[in-house]
Design a protein around this ligand. Sequence first.
Ligand SMILES: Nc1ccc(C(=O)N[C@@H](CCC(=O)O)C(=O)O)cc1
Length: 476
Amino acid sequence: MDKAKVIAILEAKKQTFIEASDQIWETPELRFATNQSVEQHYQVLMSEGFHIKKGVANMKNAYVASYGTGSPVIGILGEYDALSNLSQVADLAEEKAVEIGGNGHACGHNLLGIGAIAGAVGVKEYLEETGQSGTIKLYGCPAEEGGCGKSYLARAGLFDDLDIALSWHPMDKTAAWGSSSLAVYHVDYHFKGTAAHAAGAPELGRSALDAAELMNIGVQYLREHIIDEARIHYAYKDTGGRSPNVVQASSTLFYYIRAPKIEQAKDIFERVNRIAEGAALMTDTKLSIHIDSACYNYIPNKTVTTNLHENLKLLTPLSFTEEEYAYEQKYFDTVSNQVKADIFDYVHAAFPDLDDEQINQLANEPISSPLYPLTFSGKAIGSTDVGDVSWIVPTGQVFIACEPHGTPAHSWQWVANGKSSVAHKGFMTAGKAMALSAIDLINNPELIKQAKKDHFEFLQGRSYVCAIPDDVMPEE
Ligand SMILES: Nc1ccc(C(=O)N[C@@H](CCC(=O)O)C(=O)O)cc1
């Protein structure tokens, strides 16, 4: 069975995938609470004859679906969680919530998970028809956003029997993913004070809200004295209530502490802890620190990533209809001139042989069509729990342009675009790329051997130890 046939089989199933992806878009769920979203996955996987193990690694909405027998064992990683406060009307080119304060699929995980399923189905069809030895395992991973679901799967050893892992992410450009990501610690800082009448007896109150504010100020001073690449952000989970006339007796801050390497993130985490202790001392409150989750930096495997790049060559440049270009144009019009200028520079750097007119043409596409050259440098984008997987097994990923050019992840534009035909094309391209690579890997044991060699060279004797303490369990 050749690659063209796998592509044709996937195209024939496109409508089923679209319905599941759109349905997940309609019910955006956070972190581990992806109850309805995972059901959409189960329906498709059951109808495709996968064997599904539900509720793995203490996460009721995590699963491993497999098909086939024997080696090699190829894993594909899927996600389906959304983000809070990013509700947005579909197909609308201005910011407008469906439900104010509601959740939204602003990172495209409705597409990500279904693209992963498409990839796994492509491999299944191939194994079925050729009768070759090989197992495809699809991992249903909740809580990529701020929960590190895959780190829990990793801690439970669920990736240990894989030869290779593959994944993808929606993006505004298409490329094999050769850059790293930031390691991150997610930490709750909880302060406990004493309530008292804020006018009548303030001297008897000890303010946990003051402690939280002082901690944030302390961290603000820390930022100058850490490495440039580090990132520290916070959200208030509890401000101690809505009554100014009560000295607030509790507060909780949720911090993300990020750096290129896990050891660097840990070092900064420990410095932030000392600032929190200082804030507790200053306010005479009690502090408790709780690691919510953590994940490693991503290590792109050279052999696997290069193979994905070769397969992307077969699937690019992406082609879109006039209607699709017009549809994406309305979002592209919301992008600032500064960002557009940055895109010009980016295209110029990636394709140095093009003249200005050609660069302008590519830079002004409302949805990006070309395959970008493969590089193993480049700035780390955010964090991802795929990082943990990449320390255990050689891992490769692709970015597929399915989002409006120049718009960032976690934006209303990504939510609005999430049920468009461009978005659907994107997950189909991703599924095909992963299926084709898996097929190459199944047919070329040498590739897998080389990928493992790269992996062990990178590790240099280090081994993966999950950064989440053993007693921390996934929490909704
Ligand atoms: N290709 C991508 C991979 C991850 C992300 C992303 O935004 N991840 C979240 C992960 C949050 C986390 O768990 O730390 C982030 O960085 O804030 C964005 C694009």
